[in-house]
Design a protein around this ligand. Structure first.
Ligand code: SAH
Ligand code: SF4
Ligand code: F3S
Length: 434
């Protein structure tokens, strides 16, 4: 049996895909790169915004046609599966099974039942041990950085967000499990690890998140430690100190803000004001200048006035984020923000988004330009050079680096090399090997 997993969404989902791949491999199934070569296609879905859901339905449409031509099992997992549950079968009757985000380990059973011809198999149960996957299960993609789950679910209740519905309440992995997994990864050759959760800094697996960072950083041979994502209200002084003083914690912080207007933040139930967010950033002290800082924005939230949006543009100037990810508000089923009046025309929302992204592009370019002339360590992330002769690499600040190594020179995948930054563009830094 050959399988193909197509994943959308965040790193959490990406890593779930690696766990699912491992579960199927353990059954003796073979992973293939193309859906067209597979007997089983598993769609590991995201439903954070309407667009993400469209992508899933369009792929399901394609698979329906393919299923008419040849035998094929189609499974759906991930956030859309948890959200829609059995309703997915109505929407797409050719789906063979639906697997929820908290029932991942039921995958082999569901596949076996689907293979045996039991139509429409489903498990969207909330298994309390879903986050306790044995470390050796995941079959990781060929990446220089390894993903490690430390906490699942979210106890916040942002009014626009589907995640608490699709991922359940917070469950933390015991810290000894996390440290053991990282130790195993370093033994297997990884030098960089990213700790994952919808909200990593509310970690409660026997120590605080700041303490967990310190413990994981002690693993011999680990070079860089990253984490994603943090909620500003759980961003403590201890965490800030660890981030700026621990040399193994990569100099990068993604701290989603969402809006520059207190009025909108309140409607979003983000639990902080702009001043409180800025206060949290202040915890970084002098160390702040060595970090790259990124954030998320939602534009056109119901009731967002010109004034509210100008406040968002203002905060961009105040903070000077190195990068930001911004999206137009997307109404999600069952979320509280659906009840808010949303009468702002879409062209106005699009215009606001374009303005924000335009200004951010300038700020990102300015941030990139500050690197020109510096020599910094970067990790090689590609196994071969591109057609243009660049090797792809990443800096600790999560900047994309296009590295020129010179003709015929091979660079060591996954290792750190010293690079001199020679040019800056809005999307990457050009560099030479030192
Ligand atoms: N747990 C993280 C966010 C996870 S979702 C946090 O709280 O920061 C990633 C990003 O998607 C969010 O930061 C938000 O900017 C965006 N997002 C979430 N729901 C959305 C919606 N309904 N419409 C538009 N963007 C949304
Ligand atoms: Fe969603 Fe808010 Fe939880 Fe982030 S903190 S996952 S935005 S509910
Ligand atoms: Fe998407 Fe679910 Fe992640 S909605 S962003 S895959 S938690």
């Amino acid at each position: 049996m050959k399988f193909h997993i197509q994943t959308w969404g965040c790193q959490m989902n990406d890593h779930d895909g690696e766990k699912l791949s491992g579960l199927l491999s353990a059954e003796g199934f073979e992973a293939v790169a193309e859906a067209g070569d597979a007997d089983l296609v598993l769609l590991n879905t995201c439903s954070i915004r309407e667009k993400a859901v469209h992508k899933v339905y369009s792929e399901l449409g394609r698979l329906r046609e393919e299923k008419q031509r040849r035998p094929l099992l189609v499974g759906v997992t991930g956030c859309l599966a948890q959200q829609e549950q059995a309703a997915l079968f109505k929407r797409a009757p050719h789906i063979d099974f639906v697997l929820g985000t908290m029932a991942l380990r039921q995958l082999p059973r569901l596949v076996a039942e689907a293979q045996a011809g039991r139509g429409r198999v489903i498990d969207t149960g909330e298994y309390p041990d879903n986050h306790l996957f044995p470390p050796q299960v995941a079959r990781r993609r060929d990446t220089a950085k390894a993903l490690v789950t430390i906490i699942e679910g979210c106890n916040h209740a942002c009014t626009y967000c589907i995640v608490p519905t699709t991922r359940g309440t917070e469950r933390s992995r015991p810290f000894a499990d996390v440290v053991a997994e990282v130790r195993g990864l370093v033994e297997a050759g990884y030098r960089e690890v990213e700790l994952l959760g919808q909200n990593v800094n509310s970690y409660a697996g026997g120590c605080t998140f700041a303490e967990l960072l310190a413990r994981v950083a002690e693993v011999d041979g680990l070079e860089w430690l990253r984490f994603t994502t943090s909620h500003p209200m759980n961003f403590t002084r201890d965490l800030a100190r660890e981030l700026v003083t621990n040399p193994k914690v990569a100099p990068f912080l993604h701290l989603p803000l969402q809006s520059g207007s207190d009025r909108i933040l309140k409607r979003m139930l983000r639990e902080y004001t702009i001043d409180q967010y800025l206060e949290r950033l202040g915890y970084l002290g002098e160390g702040r200048s060595r970090l790259a800082l990124s954030t998320d924005f939602i534009v056109g939230f119901p009731g967002e006035t010109d004034e509210d949006f100008e406040a968002t543009m203002q905060v961009l100037e105040t903070v000077q984020f190195d990068a930001s990810f911004s999206f137009i508000y997307s109404p999600r089923p069952g979320t509280p923000s659906l009840r808010l009046k949303d009468d702002l025309p879409m062209p106005v929302k699009s215009e606001r988004l374009a303005r924000l992204q335009q200004r951010q592009a300038e700020l990102t370019l300015a941030s990139n330009r500050r690197f020109v002339g510096r020599e910094i360590p970067v990790r090689i992330e590609s196994r071969t050079a591109t057609e243009q002769g660049w090797w792809l690499a990443r800096s600790g600040e999560w900047k994309t680096i296009h590295l020129a190594a010179g003709p015929g020179r091979e660079l060591p995948f996954g290792e750190l090399v010293q690079a001199r930054i020679t040019q800056a563009s809005p999307h990457f830094l050009g560099a030479e090997l030192v």
